[in-house]
Design a protein around this ligand. Structure first.
Ligand code: B1M
Length: 214
């Protein structure tokens, strides 16, 4: 029964039904589905399917965009059920998707999970120039972690440049630099000199707590 409800979320996100997704997520919650399962098996899995169809030339950018909008509506409903932490107690985090990259769903999930873990999150959005990460730290020197997302293989060099700019900054020893996104690996994170790589939003929040000494 609850699996059926998650399948309905999956189908609505995959089809980009922005009006239907919030109701489908609510129904899945009401049926007792685990919020994390709704997110992973319903919404993220649907986006993977959308990505595979795009790659196969079955759908195009507008359809990806519509699915992304639908997913965001669903995340709004899910957010209070995933959030749990004490607000702002763990410290400050700066987060953004690197220059040239417009994908924000994964980054938004990471930001949301970090907020849930008790961090105050300064979200710089997408297509963030490396200088902006540095300037934002300078304006917020109590920041503990700078977190950067890259979702395209073509923006991995941009992530490298961003981390290099942070590594060259005089405040480098005061912060931890976290990186992530679908094409990123632990090996790449090590190569570019980041402090931590995590695969998904939940482990990013967990790692952030560890790095901040919470
Ligand atoms: Co684009 N896109 N897209 N896209 N898009 C992908 C990423 C792609 C894999 C699709 C495919 O071909 N199969 C492919 C990249 C291929 C590659 O890199 N080799 C791709 C492409 C090619 C493109 C364009 C180039 C298409 C074009 O224009 N021809 C273009 C690039 C635009 C740009 O950025 N400059 C483009 C555009 C778009 C849209 C704007 C239409 C839209 C984004 C809308 C938005 O984000 N608001 C879009 C979408 C929706 C996708 C897919 C379908 C879904 C992305 C998504 O939201 N996934 C995607 C296919 C896919 O992912 N399977 C695809 C769900 C999200 C939860 O996952 O973002 O991976 P993800 O986040 C994960 C982890 O990566 C991790 O946590 C999250 C889960 O818990 N994570 C972190 C993320 N950040 C982290 C940071 C951390 C730790 C973990 O620490 C700091």
């Amino acid at each position: 029964m609850s699996n059926e409800k998650i399948q309905e979320v999956y189908a609505a996100v995959e089809a980009g039904k922005a009006k239907k997704v919030p109701a489908a997520v609510q129904e899945a919650l009401d049926a007792g589905c685990d919020p994390t399962a709704i997110l992973n098996e319903g919404m993220i899995a649907a986006m993977d399917s959308v990505g595979a169809k795009f790659k196969a030339g079955e759908i195009f950018v507008p359809e990806m965009l519509v699915a992304a909008r639908a997913m965001k509506k669903g995340v709004d409903v899910l957010k209070p059920h995933l959030a749990s932490g004490e607000a702002n107690a763990a410290g400050k985090i700066i987060i953004g998707t690197v220059a040239g990259d417009l994908h924000d769903i994964g980054k938004n999930l990471v930001a949301m999970m970090m907020e849930s873990a008790g961090f105050e999150v300064i979200d710089l959005g997408v297509d963030v120039p490396k200088e902006k990460f540095v300037e934002t730290y300078e304006a917020n020197p109590d920041t503990k972690i700078v977190a950067c997302s890259a979702l395209l293989t073509t923006t991995m060099p941009s992530l490298k440049e961003t981390v290099a700019a942070l590594n060259a900054a005089p405040f480098r020893s005061q912060i931890k630099v976290m990186v992530g996104g679908a094409p990123i690996t632990q090996a790449f994170a090590d190569e570019i000199g980041a402090d931590a790589y995590t695969e998904d939003a939940a482990s990013a929040a967990q790692k952030a707590k560890e790095l901040a000494g919470c």
